[in-house]
Design a protein around this ligand. Structure first.
Ligand code: SF4
Length: 181
């Protein structure tokens, strides 16, 4: 039987949810018996592939790049999992939402500049820096999400449970495994 395909990515997150994913320890062996990880920080794929069975997405949608990646993952995956409080609620990244983007960028890159290479005055970078959206939003604000896994980060056993159920074709009932923060 062909193995299923899992893709993972982080948007505006700290990678802590991916660390929790790796903390499944030997549980990951059972997952990898049934599925290959075809996209993610540990995989050298440049674009979200077609035909992914389970997309696991960490982080809020904060920039144009986040939005593009989330939309590609949704379009090319059967099931989308929002992994962790940033993806589920906006959490830490959304703390910037009360500050206009221009004010925020000016504060960080101009007023907060401590190093000024050469004689160049500090400026907001534009090359290679993804444009921020007005607000950092939870994943479900941008795309349809099938399963929400709260937690900052979610517990490894909750992630393992969700993946195991999805790989068996069942909808996970998080019940008592659910927690925020
Ligand atoms: S939910 Fe917590 S651990 Fe996960 S990306 Fe956000 S801040 Fe990091």
């Amino acid at each position: 039987m062909d193995k299923l395909k899992i893709g993972t990515c982080w948007l505006d997150g700290c990678s802590g949810c991916h660390m929790s994913l790796l903390d499944m320890d030997e549980g990951i062996v059972a997952v990898l018996r049934k599925a290959d990880i075809v996209f993610g920080p540990l995989v050298d794929a440049q674009e979200w592939p077609e035909g992914v069975d389970v997309a696991v997405i960490e982080g809020a949608v904060s920039s144009q790049d986040d939005l593009k990646l989330a939309e590609a993952a949704r379009a090319r995956s059967k099931v989308v999992v929002a992994l962790g409080d940033c993806a589920v609620t906006g959490n830490v990244p959304s703390m910037r939402n009360g500050i206009p983007v221009r004010t925020l960028l000016r504060r960080v890159y101009i007023e907060g500049a401590t190093e000024r290479p050469g004689s160049e005055p500090p400026a907001v970078p534009t090359d290679g820096v993804p444009a921020l959206l007005k607000h950092a939003e939870p994943l479900h604000s941008a795309i349809k999400v099938d399963v929400h896994v709260p937690g900052c980060p979610p517990r490894p056993n909750a992630i393992l449970f969700v993946l195991s159920e999805l790989l068996e074709g069942r909808t996970p009932d998080l019940g008592s495994k659910m927690r925020f923060g």
